[in-house]
Design a protein around this ligand. Sequence first.
Ligand code: SF4
Ligand code: SF4
Length: 269
Amino acid sequence: MIFDVIRRSLQAPQRLIPAEELLGHAAGSRMPEFDPAHLTREIARAVSDVCPTAALKIVEVNGRQLLRMDYGECIGCGRCLEAGPQAVSVAKKLLRCGVRRQELVQHFDFENHAEVILEAPSPEIAKEEISRLLGRALNVRQLDAGSCNGCESEITALTNPYYDLERFGIHFVASPKHADMLLVTGPVTRNMAVAVKQTYEAMPAPKLVVAVGACGCSGGIFAVSHAVVGPVDKVIPVDGYIPGCPPTPSMLITGILQVLRKPRELAPD
Ligand code: SF4
Ligand code: SF4
């Protein structure tokens, strides 16, 4: 009987998702994307009025009124999709993962129906770069600084047989002393601020820090709480930001790779 089971599992179709299907994909994240061609002043006002976190707001830049979209503050609630269905849809791809904080922000000129590029996002990771980036093992320590555990659920999924992060040589480790990268979720609560600092200090240099989720990037829906110090970069230096509430496993992998491919401006050993 056991041989029957083995035979049947060997005949089962491959479930592991190919790496190139993961990178940049945002399916399931509920992150919005904007079509500037259909954006009007009325829609800009309507979507910024309904946004619960001020991810969307009308700002003035160089004398022009622009719609500002900050993915670091977006919790994927979908209200803007309902308020401006002509101009807003669910993003299928999101390359703004693992980028600098200011690269999570987009600006749209709703009078001229165009995006205003103040900070260009990093280009897509070329497939051939993947193997070079992952040529060596990367040890990651995950730290919950005050999360609701939504981000942890997605991070846990990274190690299942569908995403199988280990195939890339990326491992989770229990001690910061063994870690190259610190993945921090949640807004940093007052109770956790010292632990976050101590974890960072315990890591050997060179080290990388990634802020995960709307909470890690901006404080998210907890930003105004008296129990919260703020986003991760209020407490320790951050190399890359992964938006989403929570980010999907694809967004997490994309973000981790984006951080790895950045020129290292890290402290020497
Ligand atoms: S999906 Fe994001 S941008 Fe849209 S209303 Fe919700 S929080 Fe704001
Ligand atoms: S970003 Fe969203 S899922 Fe992640 S900890 Fe914050 S509230 Fe929870």
